[in-house]
Design a protein around this ligand. Structure first.
Ligand code: F6R
Length: 242
């Protein structure tokens, strides 16, 4: 495990963007697993800047996003489709054919959607680098704390803490979707490399529980301790309970 504690959010974003850029430079047809939320915004901004300066090329890169709310259309400003377009895809030369974000307008026919999503990851040869943020409750993707975690892409009921935390992006808590579709722990753990980022004091407990040496489905990110190639980039506040 490679743990990098940096001063602040900007430095975390810089280190993370350089790592992603290095992956794309080493392997032109790299397969990236991508996260949304506030944590990777700075990293995406730097990746866009690197593309503008012709330092990286996305033309043969493939991406899979971790998750999406159920019930938000792709053009909804709080959907993760919209987020990815606004933060990255609209600004770089990625081929839209190479972008996959789980989507299901409702929970009908979801099993088939999930199966196809996992098949697509397999067909792409698996994920080379999986970018992750962490929830205040230790979730990764939308793999919420539970007695059992699922390996494949699946439907999930969001935990109360997640609804509460994500309500900051909506007008009110009532507007936060209660369900989502998320990549499972299997595709995440099978990624060649994992990059976990965390910033801020509100992530300190989740970071501590994830790196404690104990592995528990109550803290899904703690399973990452079993991954053979993980880089953790966190700022001082997020690292304050280690
Ligand atoms: C989003 C995702 C989530 C977030 C986590 C932290 O695609 O996978 O696990 O990474 O909820 O969100 P922020 O970064 O907004 O604190």
């Amino acid at each position: 495990m490679d743990l990098k504690v940096v001063e602040h959010y900007d430095e975390m974003s810089e280190v993370a963007a350089n790592l992603v850029a290095g992956t794309i430079k080493d392997k032109k047809d790299a397969v990236l697993g991508l996260a949304t939320g506030s944590t990777p915004e700075g990293m995406y901004a730097r990746m866009v800047e690197m593309y503008r300066r012709k330092l990286i090329d996305f033309s043969t890169v493939t991406t899979f996003n971790l998750d999406e709310y159920i019930g938000l259309e792709p053009d909804h400003p709080q959907s993760y489709h919209y987020y990815m377009n606004r933060n990255l895809f609209d600004h770089v030369n990625i081929d839209p054919e190479n972008i996959s974000i789980p989507y299901s307008g409702s929970d009908k026919g979801l099993e088939e959607t999930c199966r196809k999503f996992d098949e697509r990851i397999e067909q792409a040869g698996g994920i080379d680098l999986q970018v992750l943020g962490i929830g205040v409750n230790g979730h990764i993707g939308f793999n919420e704390p539970a007695r059992h975690l699922k390996a494949g892409t699946h439907l999930v009921e969001l935990a109360e803490e997640t609804i509460e935390a994500n309500s900051r992006f909506f007008q009110s808590k009532d507007e936060v979707p209660r369900k989502a579709i998320t990549m499972g722990m299997g595709s995440i753990m099978k990624a060649g490399k994992v990059l976990l980022m965390a910033s801020g004091i509100n992530k300190a407990e989740a970071v501590r529980d994830s790196l404690s040496g104990l592995v528990s489905t109550k803290t899904p990110a703690s399973l990452l301790q079993l991954h053979r190639d993980i880089v953790i980039v966190i700022d001082r506040e997020a690292a304050s309970l280690l």
